[in-house]
Design a protein around this ligand. Structure first.
Ligand SMILES: [Mg+2]
Length: 226
């Protein structure tokens, strides 16, 4: 592999198992609002949430808009009247409480700090991301953390990468590698900005995108980076 100086790691479903944390948190949400925890209800929630985050990726709304409206929309299906932002806070506290690291990810990150400058690039909400970065130990291992909610712009927007590259700073794009699970935010962002990309793709999905590398697990990523 080409020699890189800066590794730009996505957080959710690349280093932290957001899917698992969210599943646990939704159990808590359902219990709290007296809604049956069924596959059908989870599908309703995910379709509402996915549609909102897609609009964030398209730059139509802010991450906080998606977060603060999703539970109002979801719970209205059950005629549960809530303050949507408060319900979201309940969920986020539960996500932070049920924090799961992808096995081997923190050890990999630690090893990467020898030989690389390591940074986090995440689309997410500052309060919950900072809690999870601290409790997982990731915060102390990395040089910079870029959270879309704090920047007012999300991956794959060019302005997000402008901010990242100006802050670190990265002057030569050839020195950096974006590592993440999302084709729409991580891979698209890197490709558009002229930064090499590594797709963390555990379910071995297919893509037409011109990504640079592809790995299916942390071990393969470790081999690539060593
Ligand atoms: Mg991700």
């Amino acid at each position: 592999m080409k020699r890189y100086k800066h590794l730009l790691f996505d957080l959710d479903n690349t280093l932290l198992d957001f899917t698992k944390s969210s599943q646990d948190a939704l159990v808590d949400v359902h219990a709290h609002y007296g809604i049956p925890h069924t596959e059908e209800n989870l599908e309703i929630y995910h379709s509402i949430n996915h549609a909102l985050w897609h609009r964030v990726e398209e730059g139509e709304i802010m991450p906080s808009d998606a977060a603060n409206t999703r539970f109002g929309k979801y719970l209205s299906h059950f005629n549960v009247k809530v303050d949507s932002a408060s319900a979201n806070m309940f969920y986020l506290d539960a996500v932070a409480h049920h924090n799961h690291v992808i096995p081997g990810a923190v050890e990999l990150l630690k090893d990467c700090t020898v030989g690389y400058n390591v940074h986090i690039i995440t689309n997410g909400l500052k309060d919950v991301q900072w809690k999870r970065l601290k409790s997982s130990g990731i915060k102390d291992l990395v040089d910079h953390v870029f959270i879309s909610d704090e920047m007012g712009v999300s991956k794959p927007d060019k302005r997000y990468f402008d901010h990242v590259c100006n802050t670190i700073p990265i002057k030569n794009m050839g020195e950096a590698l974006v590592i993440g699970d999302s084709l729409n935010s991580d891979m698209e962002g890197g490709i558009k900005y002229g930064i090499d990309t590594c797709w963390f793709n555990p379910s071995e999905k297919e893509t037409e995108k011109a990504i640079t590398y592809q790995v299916k697990n942390i071990e393969a990523l470790r081999e690539l980076l060593s």
